[in-house]
Write a protein that binds this ligand. Structure first.
Ligand SMILES: Cc1cc2nc3c(=O)[nH]c(=O)nc-3n(C[C@H](O)[C@H](O)[C@H](O)COP(=O)(O)O)c2cc1C
Length: 201
């Protein structure tokens, strides 16, 4: 679902977990809400959306509707926020599979995540994997030519619990997530990517 007015620039959120009420997805929602309050449209690709993406086949002759929708949203984005649970010390396979699909933009005038601020969030059941997952995300964003924002949120879900109302047990964590939304909003070009493409082509 896209929230916001059509001509507002777009922030795309990518993150979550397959098949569960996800703390990662809830954390991402808090950051996206802050970006929306700064004047951006937001589009969330959560665990259920990412689960509908097939395993990325670089040689596939055709793409599914879900693959096209994901790639098109990132093409139109002015900024991205990525949130991953720490799985065995790194990002989850489902998040990585979605990011691998951005290979489809390799031949674009703006490939991958080039020229975009990218906010990063990790959750894990302990501190160690929160840090290693953020480090992995930063490496991936650099490889995709994006600009990781200065602050990244590393959330220990053993300590912090998220609720159904868009909050969390630790107000400092909520504020960290909101800061990510504000940082991508501050550095994203404040023009809608789609109208920019329309006039430059
Ligand atoms: C397959 C798998 C691997 C995990 N590996 C780690 C890990 O290495 N370190 C850690 O602290 N937590 C690990 N966890 C716990 C998750 O990172 C943690 O519960 C996270 O907050 C889950 O996010 P979610 O609520 O969005 O599913 C793992 C969980 C799963 C399912």
């Amino acid at each position: 679902m896209i929230a916001g007015v059509a001509d507002q620039p777009l922030v795309v959120g990518i993150g979550g977990t397959v098949g569960s009420v996800s703390s990662t997805e809830r954390a991402l929602c808090i950051a996206l809400t802050a970006a929306a309050q700064a004047g951006y449209r937001t589009r969330m690709f959560g665990g259920a959306d990412m689960a509908r993406l097939p395993l990325y086949d670089p040689r596939a002759a055709a793409r599914t509707d879900q693959e096209r929708e994901f790639v098109d949203a990132v093409r139109q984005a002015s900024a991205v926020i990525i949130a991953s649970p720490g799985y065995h010390g790194s990002i989850s396979g489902v998040v990585k599979n979605a990011l691998d699909l951005l290979e489809e933009t390799a031949g674009d005038a703006r490939p991958y995540l080039a020229d975009m601020p990218v906010g990063l969030i990790s959750t894990a059941y302990g501190w160690q994997a929160t840090g290693s997952t953020i480090a992995a995300l930063r490496s991936i964003v650099h490889a995709l030519r994006g600009w990781p924002t200065p602050f990244a949120a590393a959330i220990n879900t053993q300590v912090t619990k998220f609720d159904d109302e868009g909050g969390a047990s630790d107000p400092a964590v909520v504020e960290q997530l909101r800061l990510i939304g504000r940082q991508v909003a501050r550095f994203a070009p404040l023009t809608a990517r789609s109208s920019e493409l329309a006039t430059s082509g």
